[in-house]
Design a protein around this ligand. Structure first.
Ligand SMILES: *Cc1c(COP(=O)(O)O)cnc(C)c1O
Length: 486
């Protein structure tokens, strides 16, 4: 073990400090704290010098894998590069030090950004209005479904409590629907991986509130029958909800609004390059067609036609309030900066480049990894494990988990694994448009090396990873009994 792999408590030396603070005029008055709430003894904090404290945190951060340290091809999660200018703009004091209760008059700049970002999202998606208030994709889904319910209820159509969700859907879709009090009904996929319209038809009766879809779907396939689906769902009185968490493939090319969707959400922390994962707050804006926009949640930002000023107003008919204030403004700032810095022309290239990258990786590996649905994909695709996995041989069988763990040894983050649930050994890869051809080639080489090792040295894969700070944790235990303190 290297010296600085030790934890900060082990480096602690009584009386050593890394700070010197002036006497504060705000020094706390111990008498003002009730007896029972005061500490008997001082907290046991590590006593270390500044260099030791800095090294501790930097070394900890180096034990992590992030999009700033390497390629992160996590399917259905769009781990694209997060440009640093986004952070710089969001941290300007004029934005970062705003208080949510300041009078509208004093936050005109921030409200203008809110208004313009909403307008740009409308142009990119074909929706008529957006709320930027929801804090995450799943939160956006819940908001969107609340709008759907409000719409049916406002027309006195109380029977519509059934929501159709494809079997390939992201797990948050049925979860949000259930939280919204809707009854989830699954529609099957065809062997080609798209919605089976024959399976859909019998589900469409007068109890259907709508259908939740993503297109391209989670297999990275474009739902070619979208117009037929739109016609039949609308004819049955249902609405179309679009899960736009990963809209990479479509950006600048195709708009959900033009495909007939009525309500949708976006993940700014995927498609619009703001950080996510364990890393930070998210944002799941929700857009609607013109006829539903009065149902967007309060508060809304509006530009007054009389004064030309932006104002924050309540929406009396809206689907309630889904966040304390106006969403995660810092995240909105980053997405706004991203769109502005990419520019109109380059936004159009995101779709084609992300599709090109995914197809390049897929075609370069499909001789060694099973491709259950062949053909052109959009921004992501799914393999079903290795072609030569030594299946059935107890001592030599190599699973998708083994491939994923071995990738960590070779310097790449693992793709999404065992999702979608349609295949037993799913490996879902989404390279994103932000990676160079050289990076994609290095990843392809690593995946080919792993396929060769599976035949020659399967034990190497079955016991991987070998050079990460943590080897194979018991994942259930790590989630249910995490060790959160020293
Ligand atoms: C990530 C994702 C979501 C959920 O987004 P969160 O911000 O994690 O709640 C929903 N749908 C799809 C397709 C996603 O990829």
């Amino acid at each position: 073990m290297k010296y600085y792999d030790r934890l900060i408590f082990e480096l602690s030396k009584k009386g050593r400090t890394g700070f010197s603070l002036p006497e504060s005029s705000w020094a706390y008055n111990a008498d003002s704290i009730p007896d029972g709430l005061r500490r008997g003894t001082p907290a046991e904090l590590p006593q270390v010098s500044e260099p030791d404290a800095v090294r501790h945190y930097v070394n900890l951060s180096n034990m992590n894998f992030g999009v700033d340290t390497g390629f992160y091809p996590l399917g259905s999660c769009t781990m694209k590069y997060n440009p640093k200018i986004n952070e710089e703009m969001a941290s300007y004091p004029g934005f970062s030090e705003l208080h949510p209760l300041q009078p509208d008059d004093t936050v005109q700049g921030a409200l203008q950004i809110y208004g313009e970002l909403s307008d740009w999202l409308c142009s990119l998606t074909g929706m008529s209005a957006f709320t930027l208030n929801p804090f995450a994709g799943a939160h956006g889904e819940l908001t969107g479904l609340m709008i759907m319910r409000s719409y049916h209820i406002s027309r006195g159509d109380l029977k519509r409590t059934k929501i159709i969700v494809p079997d390939s859907a992201h797990g948050t879709n049925p979860a949000s629907a259930a939280v919204c009090g809707l009854q989830v009904v699954q529609v099957k996929s065809t062997p080609q991986g798209i919605i089976d319209t024959e399976d859909l038809k019998p589900l469409l009766d007068d109890t259907v509130a709508g259908i939740m879809m993503t297109n391209p779907n989670t297999l990275g396939l474009f739902e070619t029958e979208i117009h037929e689906i739109e016609d039949s769902v609308h004819a049955a009185g249902g609405l179309l909800y679009y899960d736009g968490a990963n809209m990479n493939a479509l950006l600048g090319k195709v708009r959900p609004g033009d495909m007939g969707f009525d309500i949708m959400h976006l993940n700014l922390h995927k498609t619009f390059s703001t950080p996510h994962g364990g890393g930070g707050p998210g944002s799941g804006p929700v857009g609607t067609a013109e006829y539903l926009k009065h149902l967007l949640p309060s508060p809304v930002v509006r530009k007054s036609e009389i004064t030309g000023k932006y104002e924050i107003v309540d929406q009396p008919q809206g689907a309630g309030r889904i966040s304390g204030f106006m969403g995660n403004f810092g995240v909105l700032m980053k997405a706004y900066t991203y769109i502005l810095s990419i520019g109109k022309e380059n936004v159009r290239k995101i779709g084609p480049y992300s599709v090109l990258a995914a197809n390049y990786v897929k075609e370069s590996l499909k001789d060694l990894y099973k491709l259950p649905v062949p053909g052109l994909c959009k921004h992501e695709f799914v393999f079903d494990g290795l072609v030569k996995a030594n299946a059935g041989d107890q001592d030599r069988e190599v699973t998708t988990l083994d491939v994923a763990k071995r990738l960590l040894d070779l310097g790449f983050h693992a793709p999404t694994i065992y999702f979608p649930l349609l295949f037993h050994q799913s490996i879902m890869i989404e390279p994103c448009e932000t990676e160079s051809k050289e990076t994609l080639d290095a990843f392809i080489e690593a995946m080919r090396t792993i396929a060769a090792e599976a035949e020659s040295e399967p034990e190497l894969l079955r016991s991987a990873p070998h050079n990460t700070p943590v080897r194979r944790p018991d994942e259930t235990c790590a989630a249910t009994h995490p060790k959160l303190k020293f």
